[in-house]
Design a protein around this ligand. Structure first.
Ligand SMILES: Cc1cc2nc3c(=O)[nH]c(=O)nc-3n(C[C@H](O)[C@H](O)[C@H](O)COP(=O)(O)O)c2cc1C
Length: 354
């Protein structure tokens, strides 16, 4: 235990000196070897959330893209996340974009990536999730995030097929229409296209009714959000994730890699992701479960997202920078932020809005 803690403390500075994708691969290897992930203690009841018919021990999720092939979902859940999301998986395996395709902007607390859905494909993904389903409970709801291949995609058929295969194996499914690195993907968010697509997808989940969420891009115009929300509700979608990475570059973003092409995540995304969430929350008026994502790095950020209408949140970039210790810090800070606001629980924060 001591050794493991020491190894975890050592690992972040060491990992940070390596090229980012190499560091990421090593972090996954360490997780799969059990070198991290026994540090979590049970969450107190005040952090619990109920949403989409599921119970979450705390509202802090791991966002998609960290474990694209569902290799280490169990060790990740053991770190103390309230929900963990595997993927994005595409129907067929694909290599993604040429390297380098992942860039740190440490001074900005940000990352730019143009990974391009590198993954081993649906067959491998499904087999891993089957293995997980067959074993002991993960202790946190498990999501699968679905995408389409760069070449030869048929979105209606491809998403529906993946939903059919994965719905029995996970607690929720995410239709990713927002990654900036697959040409044409974000066009599927246009209402002319979205309605038919979502109806086909909802029909595919069948009698199991596994909750379905759609993950949106922060580059959407506010004017487009009303149509998207109404279309999602009409199709029977359960929730939205706001948001994926940002294509636009906020003014003042500096650093050696600030000009790299790809999606921007982390601190510079926080303001837009929060404002968009607040607008989506206003429009959906309690009809959809909302997961806030983008630039969350403190307990105060989480409370702000809850106040903007989130039921749950997800993190990626702050976890990549800080490692497993992030979770303990976020929970401590969230408890403090709730207490400072005179609230005794996450549910109280959610209720105070409604
Ligand atoms: C390296 C990297 C890879 C990502 N891959 C995916 C992905 O495969 N699917 C997806 O829906 N989002 C992906 N994302 C987006 C994150 O899930 C998240 O929406 C985004 O980074 C904003 O959260 P953050 O600011 O906490 O990082 C990726 C992000 C990063 C940094």
């Amino acid at each position: 235990m001591m050794l493991q803690t020491a190894a975890m403390r050592l690992s972040q500075p060491v990992l940070r000196r390596l090229p980012p994708e190499r560091a990421h691969d090593l972090a996954l290897a360490a997780l799969s070897l059990g070198l991290a992930g026994r540090g979590a203690t049970a969450d107190d009841a005040g952090l619990g959330v109920r949403a989409m018919g599921l119970a979450f021990a705390n509202p802090i999720g791991l966002a998609a893209g960290f474990d694209k092939d569902a290799r280490v979902m169990r060790p990740l859940a053991r770190l103390g996340f309230g929900l963990v999301e595997a993927g994005t998986v595409t129907p067929r395996p694909q290599p993604g974009n040429p390297r380098p395709r992942l860039f740190r902007l440490p001074a900005a607390g940000a990352v730019i990536n143009r990974m391009g859905f590198n993954n081993q494909g649906l067959d491998v993904f499904e087999a891993r999730l089957s293995g997980l389903r067959g074993g002991p409970s993960l202790g946190a709801p498990l999501g699968a995030n679905l995408g389409i291949n760069k070449e030869g995609a048929d979105p209606e058929a491809d998403y529906a097929h993946a939903v059919r295969r994965l719905a029995p194996l996970v607690d929720y499914l995410v239709i990713n229409l927002s990654s900036p690195n697959t040409p044409g993907l974000r066009d599927l968010q246009r209402v002319e296209r979205l309605g038919g697509l979502l109806h086909a997808i909802v029909a595919a989940r069948g009698a199991l009714r596994t909750p379905l969420l759609v993950k949106l891009a922060p580059d959407l115009e506010d004017a487009a959000l009303s149509g998207i929300v109404e279309t999602a509700v009409a199709a029977g979608i359960d929730g939205l994730i706001v948001s994926n990475t940002l294509l636009a570059r906020p003014p003042g973003l500096t650093g050696r890699h600030a000009g790299e092409a790809g999606g921007l995540s982390g601190r510079p995304l926080r303001a837009r992701a929060t404002a968009m969430l607040a607008e989506v929350s206003r429009l959906s008026a309690g009809r959809l479960t909302l997961i806030g994502c983008g630039g969350i790095e403190s307990g105060a950020d989480i409370l702000q997202r809850l106040r903007a209408g989130a039921d749950l949140v997800q993190v990626y970039t702050s976890f990549a920078y800080e490692g497993p210790g992030l979770l303990r810090r976020l929970k401590r800070e969230l408890r403090q932020a709730l207490a400072d606001a005179g609230l005794d629980s996450v549910e109280a924060a959610r209720q105070s809005l409604r």
